[in-house]
Ligand binder design. Structure first.
Ligand code: ACM
Length: 669
């Protein structure tokens, strides 16, 4: 038995070329040391929390115990007094958590922690409860298993974040996301040490905030899908318990059709307005030249600030196309009379008035990078989405700034694209002073909602956002892509423990599409396709509107097709080193793809919803067969084959095959 274990351990170390101490921590801590030894876990495992600890840390410690128990099945202690505040402990606690004080839920609060594991026990120390909670997440990621059971490896960690603003934005306006979906995503955020939930609440396509002062906002602008004020307060408290700030966004003056459904008199062109069903940049825009607009926003924003205590308040400000302003004679006359040169200047004036309101409520105004115009007061925060230029320009100009350009997870780009997107790469920021760099607060992954529903949203956010979380937490030098993917595979499964559907939703969609549990041939195809990237999947809202079905093939496809990534690596290995063994691996894969279509075809024949991918499947079979024939020297590569490879690049079901180039590269001189 021992020999076997040793053999397999050696084998896995050699064949995967892993470092001997290959942990799966994500984000990677600032400093880690691995002394020899381990702490073995048994069902008597106890923990204690310092007497001064705030209540939410007690609750967090309890959640930690339950998650540990869920993973190990040890039936750990579960009576609160068994492990709280050292009162009733049957023995000295195995995990001792010491914090100095309750953290303030504000930007820049101390989130550091120190974790020490040795054979005798575990100590977790932190200045604040937020730091301690980060440490508990690290500890859960450290759990290992061997033939004798579960253990924590001996370790010494000193950890703190690189950036203070590490966020996830969820757009709940294009598609409504129920509270329980948001809560499980808050749990996931906490598990990878993200600390800002940016709540994008309003859009052309929906108004999700219950307003007691202006009930027509949610009654007419939401299809009945909105959050009550109590629900939002509850969400804020839930996030706060996990050390997560909530920053609400009310997008003005553009992206405001849903507001104008109930209040068309505030628009820059006559109504009536209806809730927008298409995606894109829309014309409806608030009229910035009438007092009624500010009267509503002043009163509404007071209501909002009563619910969202965070200092930061996001006003959107993006993608105002100015068409309604250009066509409104009163607005043009106003601009002339007030010497306002253009629409940008008019929007800046609008922003200044909003800023005044928000300042009077004790808030700091944040907006997308369009708000960065001459005369914008310096206490506004710039949220860069169109490029990093705005980020650095803002910082040089004296503004604080947050990066989302490069973190648009709705665009279905692979994880490494986001992972390598550093907010402050040494190469681009050499000319920034230390003060200017310090104004770059961090970044946010942005989950825009045009193409996601509660069924698929988790799969668009996770696990990729864990890699973004690492980019924002860990030192810049942590950027080994292969190692990131290795750890991400482990973290992804751990995220499922929090109730996320990012893996399960694919299975559910496949069963529906296949009209039964036999889904394997569809999975083979799904493993090598990705949804069309960028804005290609739905240009000009041609293929999808807001009520379109989003439980089809493309929705089961993921942005990081694992089968394709593995195959591409195998092809590179084979081309570099064309041994019979390397060839056999590839040949077996091509054979499986060549023969898969014959297995998928009968399923498609009885499930018309899958017709849209029949050609895709046939194309994969065809190019795989051609490739085998050439590799086996049954026939030479012929120019006519180029057409087959070109055809295989055509989309099917709004997805594309991610192995076409690799298969062609194998055989084309
Ligand atoms: C944006 O993506 N319009 C901020």
């Amino acid at each position: 038995m021992r020999k076997f274990t040793l053999f397999f351990t050696l084998l896995s170390i050699l064949s995967l070329n892993l470092p001997a101490q290959s942990h799966h921590l994500m984000p990677v801590p600032r400093r880690v040391e691995w002394p020899a030894g381990q702490f073995r876990l048994d069902k008597q495992f106890t923990l204690t929390v310092s007497k001064s600890a705030p209540e939410n840390l007690i609750a967090a410690a309890d959640r930690f115990m339950r998650r540990l128990d869920g993973r190990t099945g040890l039936f750990l202690l579960q009576i609160e007094s068994d492990f709280i505040r050292n009162d009733n402990l049957p023995k000295e606690a195995n995990l001792d958590i010491q914090v100095e004080r309750k953290g303030k839920l504000e930007l820049g609060e101390d989130e550091s922690y120190q974790l020490k594991v040795d054979a005798d026990g575990i100590t977790l120390t932190a200045t604040t409860d937020f730091g301690a909670m980060h440490g508990l997440e690290t500890l859960l990621q450290l759990l290992e298993v061997d033939a004798d059971g579960y253990y924590f490896p001996a370790v010494q960690i000193e950890d703190e974040p690189r950036f203070p603003w590490r966020g996830l934005m969820i757009d709940v306006a294009r598609h409504f996301e129920p509270m329980h979906v948001l809560k499980r995503n808050l749990d996931a955020m906490a598990s990878v040490k993200l600390n800002v939930f940016h709540f994008h609440l309003t859009e052309d396509q929906g108004w999700r905030f219950e307003s007691k002062k202006f009930p027509k906002l949610h009654e007419m602008g939401s299809d009945g899908l909105y959050y009550t004020q109590d629900e939002m307060r509850d969400l804020v408290a839930y996030a706060a318990d996990r050390g997560i700030r909530v920053v609400p966004e009310f997008d003005v003056p553009g992206h405001s059709t849903a507001l104008l459904v109930g209040y068309p008199e505030l628009a820059s062109a006559p109504g009536p307005y209806t809730i927008e069903r298409k995606a894109g940049i829309m014309d409806p825009t608030l009229n910035p030249t009438i007092d009624a607009t500010y009267d509503l926003l002043d009163t509404l924003f007071k209501e909002v600030t009563d619910i969202f205590p965070d200092v930061y308040f996001h006003i959107g400000g993006d993608e105002n196309n100015g068409k309604q302003w250009d066509q409104n004679a009163d607005i043009q006359a106003y601009m002339k009379a007030n010497k306002i040169a253009d629409n940008h200047a008019l929007q800046t004036e609008f922003n200044r008035r909003i800023l005044k309101t928000l300042t009077s409520y004790g808030k700091k105004m944040m907006g997308w990078d369009e708000i960065l115009q001459p005369d914008l007061p310096k206490d506004a925060v710039i949220h860069s989405w169109r490029g990093k230029e705005a980020l650095y320009a803002a910082a040089k100009d004296g503004y604080q700034a947050v990066l989302s350009n490069g973190y648009y997870i709705d665009l279905c780009k692979p994880t490494d694209h986001h992972y390598l997107n550093d907010p402050l790469p040494a190469s681009m920021t050499a000319d920034l002073t230390a003060d200017q760099k310090a104004r770059i607060l961090g970044g946010e992954a942005t989950m825009w909602g045009e193409l996601v529903t509660p069924l698929t949203m988790d799969s668009r956010i996770w696990p990729r956002t864990a890699a973004i979380a690492e980019r924002l937490w860990s030192p810049e030098s942590v950027k080994d892509v292969d190692d990131m993917y290795r750890r991400l595979g482990v973290i992804s499964l751990q995220l499922e423990e929090l109730g996320l559907l990012h893996i399960a939703s694919r299975e559910m969609i496949m069963r529906k599409l296949c009209r039964g549990p036999h889904t394997e041939p569809l999975r083979v195809l799904l493993d090598v396709v990705e949804p069309l990237k960028g804005y290609e999947r739905n240009p000009a809202s041609k293929f999808y509107k807001m009520l379109s079905p989003m439980s089809l093939f493309a929705d089961a496809a993921g942005p990081d097709a694992a089968g394709a990534r593995i195959f591409r690596a195998q092809v590179q290995a084979y081309l570099a080193n064309p041994t019979p063994e390397n060839k056999a691996v590839i040949r077996a894969q091509l054979l499986a793809w060549r023969d898969n279509h014959a297995q998928l075809k009968p399923i498609i024949d009885r499930s018309p919803v899958l017709k849209e991918v029949e050609q895709l499947s046939a194309n994969l079979a065809l190019i795989s067969g051609l490739s085998i024939a050439v590799m086996d020297e049954v026939r030479p590569y012929e120019d006519t084959m180029d057409a087959a490879f070109e055809a295989a690049k055509e989309q099917g079901g709004r997805t594309e095959l991610m192995v076409v180039d690799a298969i062609q590269e194998l055989i084309k001189e």
